[in-house]
Design a protein around this ligand. Structure first.
Ligand SMILES: Nc1ncnc2c1ncn2[C@@H]1O[C@H](COP(=O)(O)OP(=O)(O)OP(=O)(O)O)[C@@H](O)[C@H]1O
Length: 361
């Protein structure tokens, strides 16, 4: 259960420099108890560095990390109530599954009987109890990751940090493990901080997502908020696909693109004074004819090509400014065929034109 009030992990004005290089810039994050929180962004954006500072393997150059309200800057990793699951499993190869999972409890000198029942309980949670006596090299990648999860959870940490735990797995196994993780997180009610560069994974697993680029936090929000209301052009382009049209605001809801497209946006924007903004329109929000009278925005474009994806198809157009515009249609959505070079009017509603800052494009 997510506790809205209490931050279990908090980063306050955290910066991290490696020599002259600033890997994290003035990062503020507040992660609630019990939530599945993902940090997503392209390679090198600072995801692992953030995780290491929470775990205590690395330290902030400026600012502080708080765990359950207490500054953790001087608390060593082994004294933090935080465990980490890595991409490469990190199981002990010479120990059985049972001994691997029992290891953290043996270190703490927990009585033998209790160890046995807790190991079985942990392995059951990840459906690995039939594999007690196997050694790690007799397990598949997905099975190893399940054992690693059982081992990380057995000492009941407050926070489980997961650093791209599924990235070594193939597509189908990855999907299966996503279901396991989501289910497990609800069952154990432990805060998960999940790092991934896969935006689809972050959208499907998380209660909230932080999107980062070049050490800068661009947005934090629920998957719906991040997808439906991206705040920067980078977020709009990185989370799902988006048509970004550059221009300026000429009033709170009146956008004019550099190529002269005029569009109504229905949100009261605080960017009306900005000389440069984008509107972001998702490909599935565009129509080749007006569905109803709300489709007041018209974008004239030229058809380029169609790409078939099975359940849906993607049509590419080019607008007057030369920007490629993607339009996504469900397979049976009255699919009209266009010929290359044909002029087509595309329509969208004001509420589907989200004003975003140019920042980080
Ligand atoms: N020990 C270090 N010394 C110098 N630079 C470092 C060090 N660790 C990380 N960096 C740099 O800091 C930046 C952020 O690295 P980090 O590993 O946090 O990125 P990431 O988002 O986790 O990337 P990836 O998805 O590729 O793992 C990168 O530019 C990286 O080269």
């Amino acid at each position: 259960m997510i506790n809205q009030e209490q931050a279990v992990v908090e980063l306050r004005q955290v910066s991290k420099r490696f020599g002259n290089y600033e890997a994290i810039k003035d990062l503020n994050l507040s992660i609630r108890r019990g939530e599945f929180f993902s940090v997503v962004g392209p390679s090198g954006c600072g995801k692992t560095t953030t995780l290491k500072m929470i775990a205590g393997f690395d330290h902030a150059t400026e600012g502080a990390v708080y765990l359950s309200g207490t500054s953790a800057n001087h608390i060593p990793p082994y004294k933090r109530n935080v465990n980490t699951v890595f991409q490469n499993y990190a199981l002990f190869p010479h120990m059985t599954v049972y001994d691997n999972v029992a290891y953290p409890l043996k270190l703490r000198k927990v009585p033998k009987n209790e160890i046995r029942s807790r190991v079985i309980e942990s392995l059951k949670m990840v459906s690995m109890d039939p594999f007690l006596d196997r050694s790690p090299n007799q397990l598949s990648g997905g099975q190893k990751q399940r054992v690693a999860l059982a081992r990380a959870l057995i000492s009941k940490p407050e926070v489980l940090l997961l650093d791209e735990p599924l990235s070594a797995l193939d597509f189908h196994l990855r999907q299966e493990m996503q279901r396991v993780l989501k289910h497990l997180q609800r069952e154990v009610d432990i805060t998960f901080v999940y790092i991934t560069h896969d935006q689809g994974e972050a959208l499907s697993l998380s209660d909230r997502i932080a999107v980062m680029k070049n050490g800068v936090l661009h947005q934090v929000g629920s998957p719906e908020e991040i997808y439906e209301m991206p705040q920067t052009s980078f977020v709009a382009g990185f989370i799902g696909k988006s048509n970004l049209i550059k221009g300026r605001m000429e009033g709170p809801t009146r956008f004019v693109s550099d190529a002269g497209l005029q569009a109504m946006t229905n949100e009261a924007s605080n960017l009306s004074g900005e000389p440069h903004v984008y509107i972001s329109v998702r490909p599935e929000k565009l129509r080749t004819s007006k569905d109803d009278e709300r489709y007041v925005n018209r974008l004239s474009a030229v058809f380029v090509e169609e790409t078939y994806y099975g359940a849906d198809r993607e049509l590419t157009f080019r607008e007057a400014g030369g920007t490629h515009i993607l339009l996504k249609q469900q397979k049976d959505d009255g699919n009209v065929k266009f010929s290359e070079g044909e002029s087509v009017d595309l329509f969208f509603r004001p509420e589907d034109a989200v004003i975003v800052k140019e920042w980080g494009s």
